[in-house]
Design a binder for this molecule. Structure first.
Ligand code: NAD
Length: 289
């Protein structure tokens, strides 16, 4: 299969990441067939996509007509069979191996030997998932970043079983949809999260030890290291619970203490202080308001 043959792409899971993937693929002129378990998910995804495209219209990056063309390329269904015929399928369902396994079982009868399945997982082994699909050579990891329309990186992760041609096509598709891909081995955290997790944990440990206040740690990294956001405000923004769960998974897998969630983070999660979405994390957002 060549990149020109990819005229339709399937996306399973229209949540935070799926909606972004749907948008960038449709913006690249490719038809997108979306499957999610509920109509409500699609309504939410559609609103997110429209809001994001409206921003591009406002900035005059695209016209109102182009926005409508993008939306016109997207179709939604709750029936997995609608993906039959799509040569490339993105998987962005819940981060749960059992959910993913069940999905691969449903995809097996409708995906021929040519169809590539790309997973957006952050923490599950690509090689383990490849062993669950019918054609492991056609399975690859494509790890996008949130918010997908704004973040330019895609980590492309071949499993042990992935054929080189599959990786090559994943790289080409990433470029076609306006992203800059890198390739990395199937290892916990890939590149970005492997570096970020210990950094986030160290920032929490500094706070725990009373070395500096949350504000001063964030200010230090913004003004002294050129980071656009400090490590603590960034964790509040993304959801401190995500870092916690991912850290636990990586620690259990590697036994590398750098990934182990610090005690303060553990307590915050138990208290429900998961960041902006909860109104409280490393900062108090009700006060800030
Ligand atoms: N959120 C992030 O910042 C982020 C970043 C990179 C990668 N990821 C990965 O992307 C994937 C999705 O994460 P998310 O944050 O978008 O999750 P989410 O919970 O926002 O969305 C998941 C969607 O999948 C749907 N879904 C669940 N089971 C399904 C099934 N069997 N068939 C069809 N649809 C199904 C749900 O209804 C939901 O709309 C995960 O593997 C996650 O690790 C997330």
């Amino acid at each position: 299969m060549k990149i020109e043959d990819i005229k339709t792409v399937g996306v399973v899971g229209a949540g935070s990441m799926g909606s972004g993937i749907i948008q960038v693929v449709a913006q690249a002129g490719i038809q997108v067939k979306v499957v999610d378990v509920g109509e409500a998910s699609w309504e939410k995804a559609r609103k997110t996509i429209v809001t994001s495209l409206d921003r591009f219209v406002k900035k005059e990056t695209i016209t109102e007509q182009q926005k409508n063309e993008v939306l016109g390329r997207i179709s939604f269904s709750t029936d997995i069979k609608t993906l039959a015929g799509a040569p490339f399928i993105f998987e962005a369902v819940f981060e749960n191996i059992d959910v993913k396994k069940e999905l691969f079982g449903k995809l097996a009868p409708i995906c021929g030997a040519d169809v590539i399945i790309a997973s957006n997982t952050s923490s599950i082994s690509i090689t383990e998932m490849a062993s669950l699909v019918k054609y492991p050579g056609k399975f690859v990891g494509m790890h996008f970043f949130n918010p997908v329309p704004m973040m330019r990186l895609v980590e492309v992760i071949p499993a042990l079983q992935t054929e080189p041609a599959t990786t090559e096509l994943a790289l080409e598709l990433a470029r076609k949809i306006g992203k800059t891909p890198i390739t990395c081995k199937d290892t916990p955290g890939f590149v970005v999260n492997r570096l970020l997790m210990p950094y986030f944990n160290d920032a929490i440990r500094l706070l725990e030890e009373g070395v500096a206040s949350a504000e001063d740690i964030d200010t230090a990294m913004k003004l002294g290291a050129g980071m656009p956001m400090g490590p603590l405000e960034l964790q509040d923004f993304a959801g401190a619970d995500i870092g916690y769960y991912v850290g636990e998974i990586f620690f259990n897998y590697t036994k590398d203490a750098r990934f182990a969630p610090p005690n303060l983070l553990r307590q915050m999660i138990k208290a429900g202080y998961t960041g902006r979405k909860a109104g409280k994390g490393f900062y108090d957002y009700s006060e800030k308001k």
